[in-house]
Design a protein around this ligand. Structure first.
Ligand code: KG4
Ligand code: ZN
Length: 340
């Protein structure tokens, strides 16, 4: 299948052309960071206006780079949710119009499923089922048991901040620019991860849920103390990062003991973190479970992953071009939004 993917759930205006859910013929992404940086976070109204300005050209660009026409496509895949409603609406409306005009099938993809299928793009080996996905982004942190492209369930989630959100908030406490994750990662390279023992959230009973707000709050209080005011920012960043990574790997390890997983994948924006990637690979070596990290450009939000998910989920995510509605709260287990 030759699919056009469209992803506008947050602040990246992304389009892609993907063959058979694997070969990426074009991957276009227009980063909006420059428009949001001065506000220290994403401003939804600005994000949707930028999508409106950029999306038509981004669709054209992806088709040209892939050297295909709309008529050659087998379908159009779009993120239907979850995400910012104003942003999602621009992508969904554009995809419906294109699918209707070209007479092509429309596939409505759950953004989080997209992150999972990023692991199937371009790489040398495809993960085997069942696999465990550690999905860590700015909006979500969860462990997902994946039986097949259409059968999966969440086995652990964060009770408060997403891991990426904790990175972004801690970056702001440290006076680092937005987006905070990459800035903390860079600063932490010069720091000692054992300098400060920020609290790690422990698993309670049978639950594998995690929490990150306590680590961020501990950094905040420490920075207000005498010692904190003069402490090395790099040591604080490295120690914060180590605490987040410890919690994620602890839950991954516990979850992996509950089913015979044949692979584990790491995805979402925080998967770009160097300390997390290193710990994830070390964990894979120690358990013997094959681990897979998508290429960096497929870890953060992109449209190729949306086409990859649609290709594998097929008929189960087929949507009606007349009635598909963006759903900012699209549930994880129901891939296709109900007609409006
Ligand atoms: O998946 P993504 O691009 O968008 C969402 O769906 O949320 O993830 C963005 C998140 C942001 O919180 C950003 O700070 C974080 O990923 N991030 C990182 C790194 N690169 C991006 N966090 C830690 N270390 C990084 N290198
Ligand atoms: Zn995302």
């Amino acid at each position: 299948m030759l699919l056009l993917g469209i992803e506008t759930s947050c602040d990246d205006t992304a389009t892609a052309v993907v063959r058979d859910g694997r070969a990426v013929l074009a991957n276009v992404s227009t980063n909006q960071d420059v428009f949001h940086a001065k506000f220290g976070g994403i401003v939804p109204e600005i994000a949707s206006r930028r999508h409106l300005d950029l999306l038509s050209a981004a669709v054209q660009d992806a088709l040209e780079r892939a050297r295909v026409t709309l008529a050659m496509l087998d379908g159009i895949a779009v993120t239907a949710g979850p995400g910012l409603v104003g942003s999602l609406v621009i992508g969904v409306a554009t995809a419906k119009a294109l699918a209707y005009a070209a007479g092509k099938p429309l596939y409505a993809v759950n953004h989080l499923h997209g992150h999972i299928f990023a692991a199937f793009l371009e790489g040398a080996a495809e993960p085997e089922y069942p696999f465990l996905a550690l999905l860590v982004s700015g909006g979500h942190s969860q462990l997902v048991h994946v039986d097949s492209p259409v059968r999966m369930h969440v086995v652990a989630r964060t009770r408060d901040d997403a891991a990426g959100e904790a990175f972004d908030k801690t970056a702001r406490l440290l006076g680092l620019p937005f987006p905070g994750g990459p800035a903390v990662d860079r600063l932490a390279r010069d720091g000692d991860p054992r300098a400060y023992a920020f609290p790690r959230h422990r698993a309670a009973g049978e639950s594998l849920d995690m929490s990150f707000s306590g680590i961020k709050t501990a950094v905040k209080y420490f920075l207000e103390t005498e010692a904190g005011r003069t402490a090395s920012r790099a040591d604080i960043a490295a120690s914060f990062q180590a605490a987040v990574v410890d919690v994620l790997i602890d839950r991954l390890d516990r979850a992996a003991q509950r089913a015979p997983y044949r692979a584990a994948i790491l995805s979402g924006g925080v998967a770009a973190n160097s300390a997390l990637q290193a710990a994830f690979r070390t964990w894979g070596e120690s358990t013997g479970i094959p681990v897979l990290v998508p290429e960096l450009r497929f870890c953060t939000d992109n449209a190729a992953m949306i086409a990859a998910a649609a290709d594998r989920q097929g008929a189960s995510v087929l949507a009606d071009v007349r009635t598909l509605a963006a759903d900012p709260n699209l549930p994880f287990v129901r891939p296709v939004p109900a007609p409006a």
